[in-house]
Design a protein around this ligand. Sequence first.
Ligand SMILES: [Zn+2]
Length: 159
Amino acid sequence: MDVLKHISIPMLAFLAITRELSLFLLAVFTFGAIFPDFDVFFDEHRSYFHSLIFLTPLSLLSLWTHSMYLWLFTAGAAFHIFLDFFSGVIPFLYPIKKRGLGVKIMGLVVFESLPRLKIRYGLIIGYPERSKGSHTAFSNESVAMLIVALAALLLRLST
Ligand SMILES: [Zn+2]
């Protein structure tokens, strides 16, 4: 999943569940939601920061310190990993075990005598990809999602 989706989807979720809008808290949550992809600076992408070995101590630390900022950052990182689970594999125990899991779900509309929905799903198993090389930074649909998220933010700010 590209960075614009990792910004816009958590931003929309944050706007939907918060009563009072704080741009600083939104920024902390959104930074947490993109942070796991900074593991692209290691040899393998979707590695250290996409692992429960990173997320679990962070979660415990946020509970222990009662820091709302750390809790929001951690929630953003967890949101990132949740989204990535639907767009590839997550190596939950990296670096102990590099093999990861993901889920693939696809709905097809089949037009025969009557249109019907055919759903295909399954687990995918794979390994983190090498960080070197080219990766998709964003796409048309992710730009559209960011525009929608920014419009929702502007609407919240204006009310
Ligand atoms: Zn990621």
